[in-house]
Write a protein that binds this ligand. Sequence first.
Ligand SMILES: [Zn+2]
Length: 215
Amino acid sequence: MIADELVATRKKERRLTVFTGLAVVVAVVAFTAAACGALNEGQDSAPVTSESSAGTPSNRTQDDTDDHGGPANAADGVLPDNASPFDTSLPGIAKLDPALLKAVQQAAKAMEADDIKLHVTTGWRSKAYQRQLLEQGIKKYGSLAKAREFVSTPEESHHVTGNAVDIGPTDADDWLIRKGSRFGLCQTLANEMWHFELIVKPGEDCPPPKASANS
Ligand SMILES: [Zn+2]
């Protein structure tokens, strides 16, 4: 009787060992697949190497063609510190959606009455610039998935289409969160108090912001 129980227990143990072994194999395969997937995705969205000029014309846009391979510069939308929304000599300002730019300029004027000077941290960005930001994000946060909570891909970013602005300083962000809807401007991402888009008619209420860029 006791021997039978012992045999049964050993069988159970053996089954458990086989099962555990299988689970480990499955987990390793899944992890490897996920890691490769993330890597591939990262590479797809991050060809800022000398290869970047080797794509076929059919899958390239004007911005990709303009990818000079070096660090993003003013032509890619990089702005100097404290850039004014009225300085349309800067591509990062000039290439914003005209209606969004007008709303930001109106808000900047209204804010001056409260002694707050608004500046644009980032406006329009080229795809190449967005791709570089995403690459930096992947390095910083360790994965594409985590980076995408803070940085969109060139295909998704509303900065690339000129439909988003990042505003500073914090006083200006606070002001815009409270009063920006007068001009149609809303904070659209809950984890980015500086990111605004023109998404309502002037005077309408802003919808609640999304949790993050990829939510
Ligand atoms: Zn933004």
